[in-house]
Design a binder for this molecule. Structure first.
Ligand SMILES: Cc1ncc(COP(=O)(O)O)c(C=O)c1O
Length: 384
């Protein structure tokens, strides 16, 4: 029988079974990389909940949690109405709701390329086509708006923007966002904005959030606690619906029906969310966490710059850096041989549907000592 496990993962499992230590240089899990949200805040809130157990579910999620999210956006100059926010158990669930809301089998959705490999399995559950619009590597991963326009047809039911982006680390500029919004409005297509890395923006000024810099007629902004507060295990994300009321109202009504079917979010974390957003200790954790990720990013950039065989654009956001290998190598062979010879595991570009040349993707969320030894080994191996 053909194995479902790709040769890179097979190599990793074999080496682990043989007892080798492997540095996994692509983690998106803040907890694994030493970022621990202050547990006492959660403990206090959870013990209050379990002492006064109640269960009065709301299909959109509990109002105080939605109000806290509304305030989060308000503090950043974006207007979102708590009545148009939906809590979900993760951004994957948010995408599933939205693909179900917006598409019928045979429709298509435009997604950036390269991209985090999350959309394909969700799209295949809905029998819809994902059409890639390119980010242009030679232009620092800038958006190719003309190709995006060419890919649009009457079956296009949404355009997904991921900014800050995984795996390129690029951030759409306000000008790019405005161009996409103009096009989407003209063609009557909703935008889905994946902003799970919005707190990890390293560019100039403010993060150019789609709903702050443009006026989409219908927009779904996605985010969650997972990356923002290093709380992936708490499983709480959200969808904020904004735009023209004649478009927002029916979308919200339909989403409410869908959410009511599942009522998936755990009550205790919904009750804790306002505390997570407002507690002094939590905000000071967020500040330190962001500073530390920025400093790990600077370290990764500094090390990558030392290699004459890698070219890359310095990430403006997210946890990731994508480097192009300037040597004629097979990407998959390179990743496997690197792991076998040095014990360093990086991701190849093809994991992100990117097949233009050979690439490696690393996460600078990784602990500094692993970034240092991992990238050093990668460079030495490359220069051999
Ligand atoms: C671009 C992007 N969107 C969504 C997710 C998933 O987010 P969540 O943990 O909120 O489900 C990830 C996870 O790494 C991601 O990289």
């Amino acid at each position: 029988m053909t194995s479902w496990i790709n040769p890179i993962e097979q190599t990793y499992r074999r080496l682990k079974n043989e007892g080798h230590d492997i540095i996994r240089l692509f983690s998106g899990n803040p907890i694994d990389e030493g970022f621990h949200f202050p547990g006492d805040i959660l403990q206090q809130s959870y013990s209050n909940y379990f002492q006064n157990l109640d269960y009065q579910p709301e299909s959109k999620g509990l109002l105080p949690a939605r109000e806290a999210i509304q305030k989060y956006y308000q503090n950043q100059g974006a207007t979102v109405d708590a009545e148009n926010i939906f809590l979900t158990t993760g951004t994957s669930e948010s995408f599933f709701y939205l693909f179900s809301l917006l598409t019928q089998p045979g429709d298509n959705i435009l997604t950036p390329n390269p991209s985090y490999p999350l959309f394909d399995p969700i799209a295949s559950l809905r029998n819809i086509e994902l059409r890639h619009y390119p980010l242009m590597e030679e232009k620092g991963w800038a958006l190719d708006i003309e190709t995006l326009k060419q890919k649009t047809d009457t079956k296009t039911k949404a355009i997904i923007l991921v900014s800050p982006h995984n795996p390129t680390g690029s951030v759409l500029t306000a000008d790019e966002v405005m161009k996409i919004t103009d096009w989407a409005n003209e063609k009557n297509i909703p935008l889905i904005c994946d902003e799970v890395f919005s707190e990890f923006y390293f560019g100039e000024g403010f993060f150019p959030r789609t709903i702050s810099v443009s006026k989409p007629h219908l927009c779904f902004t996605l985010n969650g606690l997972s990356k923002m507060f290093a709380l992936p295990s708490m499983k709480l994300s959200w969808i904020a619906v904004t735009g023209l009321s004649e478009k927002v109202i029916p979308a919200v009504e339909h989403l409410e029906l869908m959410a009511d079917t599942f009522l998936s979010c755990h009550t205790a974390i919904q009750k804790t969310l306002p505390i997570i957003f407002e507690h002094e200790e939590s905000l000071s954790f967020l500040k330190n966490y962001k500073n530390e990720v920025r400093s790990r990013r600077d370290l990764a950039i500094e090390l990558f710059k030392k290699s004459p065989s890698l070219s890359f654009t310095a990430p403006q956001g997210s946890f990731y850096l994508m480097g192009k290998i300037l040597k004629p190598v097979s990407e998959e062979d390179f990743v496997i041989e690197l792991m076998e010879e040095t014990g360093v595991f990086v991701h190849p570009g093809y994991f992100f549907d990117y097949e233009e040349g050979s690439h490696v993707v690393i996460s600078f969320l990784t602990q500094p000592e692993k970034i240092r030894s991992g990238i050093q080994a990668l460079i030495e191996f490359l220069e051999k």
